[in-house]
Design a protein around this ligand. Structure first.
Ligand SMILES: C[S@@+](CC[C@H](N)C(=O)[O-])C[C@H]1O[C@@H](n2cnc3c(N)ncnc32)[C@H](O)[C@@H]1O
Ligand code: SF4
Length: 429
């Protein structure tokens, strides 16, 4: 713990020159922030689920159709505010996440999407998350008629005892039927989310799950190790049941097993945890660097500012019904922070171009980060092709482990506090 904290502080100083960072309860002046932005991404958060999974860090509450109807109207109001600010600038990426977006299939999601397409200059496909239990034939028809082209399904595990341990409300047979029902319906990409390094999971179970996913015919697989967020119930459950989960080396071995299966079946790596069939457009969250986040807990990043809406759905609705922005916290970003943020996401994607850095910041990549490239290339963590830098399998895993040093801790502080307090004064990262 002490070592992690020390490493985190040193790395943050090295990359951003900041000793600490704090988000504060102020609403940034938005009018001027859009002036030199050419294109934007859009994220929409649906904070409702039919049940709460104990390991899940995301912002959600139990679905209630009446709250969902009021939420629909509030999101439409937030869209109107942004529409006036953005004008005709193209929106080139749109992602609907949660919670579980498919809870709102018949309580307002279609109305929100219609409003998005009326209010913004949409130049992109829709990517959406779904729960396997929401994928009946009629629901799939409704999803397709809303215009969703890229669908992700939260499969999570492919052994019944692991599904049970995760409190998932279906069996392997049922989840297979849900995934197979979504395939062949005309989606450009069907992604399956799977979690590995589950309590007491064996290497052969990981192997079996990998082969089954390929056999099912999904277009993409996002395989995450089970992350433990201290503010979820999972930390307590794992302690009580004395669950053993794989070490960082065990996780590397499990990821290696999956890499071999997916590469061997023709999949290509498209991010740290995602593998996509060639020729298929990858399913992923917002792809452009600058984006607006709609809904409770929606986060927005506009070049020199990051801000976050209140996590509390009732407070979010109340703010917009009262004609106020639902922004709870914001952080002005120095250039070093913006560059470190850029690098974080490019490492996540496992490849990046020096020329893209120059285009974004008007500076030579090597003048800022060149000193890290040569040693990382020497130890085989990346391949330097002149303009493009590509992470190797080992580099992907170990560099991402360094990233997790920040992300798990920051998410825990920011989301953990925001979940408890709808309008926090300040969150120090
Ligand atoms: C918003 S959920 C997916 C949609 C839907 N709510 C569901 O559960 O099927 C996003 C995904 O994040 C992943 N996830 C959630 N908590 C996680 C954790 N603690 N560690 C690793 N992955 C996690 C799961 O794979 C989950 O499917
Ligand atoms: S994993 Fe999905 S269904 Fe479970 S609580 Fe999280 S968002 Fe909801």
């Amino acid at each position: 713990m002490w070592l992690e904290g020390f490493l985190r502080t040193q790395l943050r100083r090295l990359l951003t020159q900041e000793s600490h960072t704090a988000l504060e309860s102020k609403i940034p002046l938005l009018e001027s922030r859009f002036q030199d932005i050419d294109e934007l991404g859009l994220y929409l958060h649906i904070p409702f689920c039919r049940q709460i999974c104990p390991y899940c860090p995301y912002n959600k509450e139990i679905y209630d159709p009446e709250v969902a109807e009021r939420y629909t109207n509030a999101v439409k109001k937030e869209i109107d505010i942004y529409s006036a600010l953005i004008g005709n600038r193209p929106v080139t990426s749109f992602y609907i996440g949660g919670g579980t977006p498919t809870t709102m299939l018949y309580s307002g999601l279609d109305k929100i999407l219609e409003h998005v397409f009326e209010a913004f200059n949409m130049q992109c496909d829709i990517h959406m998350e779904s729960h396997p239990n929401d994928l009946s034939i009629d629901n799939l028809k409704a999803i397709i008629s809303m215009g969703v082209e890229h669908l992700s399904i939260g499969v999570e595990a492919l052994q019944d005892h692991h599904l049970k341990a995760l409190h998932r409300p279906y069996t392997v047979e049922q989840v297979r039927a849900a995934v197979e029902g979504a395939l062949g319906k005309g989606f450009k990409c069907v992604n399956a989310d799977i979690i590995f390094a589950l309590p007491n999971q064996t290497y052969s179970e990981v192997q079996q799950a990998g082969h089954l996913l390929v056999e099912m015919g999904v277009d993409q697989i996002a395989a995450h190790p089970l992350f433990k967020f201290p503010y979820t119930k999972w930390a307590q459950i794992a302690k009580e049941k004395d669950c053993k989960s794989a070490s960082i080396f065990g996780r590397r071995k499990m990821l290696g097993i999956l890499e071999r299966i997916f590469y061997g079946s023709g999949f290509e790596r498209t991010s740290v945890w995602a593998f996509t069939r060639p020729g298929v457009p990858k399913y992923c969250s917002v792809t452009v660097p600058l984006y607006i986040g709609l809904g409770a807990s929606g986060g927005s990043y506009l070049k020199d500012v990051f801000y976050l809406n209140t996590f509390n759905a009732q407070e979010y609705i109340r703010a917009l019904e009262g004609g106020k922005m639902p922004i709870a916290l914001s952080l002005d970003l120095t250039e070093s922070m913006q560059m470190a943020g850029w690098l974080y996401w490019r490492v996540y994607e496992t490849r990046f171009k020096r020329s893209d850095f120059k285009k974004r910041f008007g500076k030579e990549f090597d003048k800022v980060y060149g000193k890290f490239i040569r040693p990382l290339s020497f130890v085989g963590f990346l391949k330097d092709d002149g303009d493009e830098i590509v992470l190797s399998n080992n580099g992907t895993y170990w560099l991402h482990l360094l990233q997790d040093l920040f992300s798990i801790e920051y998410i825990s502080r920011l989301w953990g506090t925001s979940k408890q307090e709808p309008w926090p004064e300040k969150v120090v990262l």
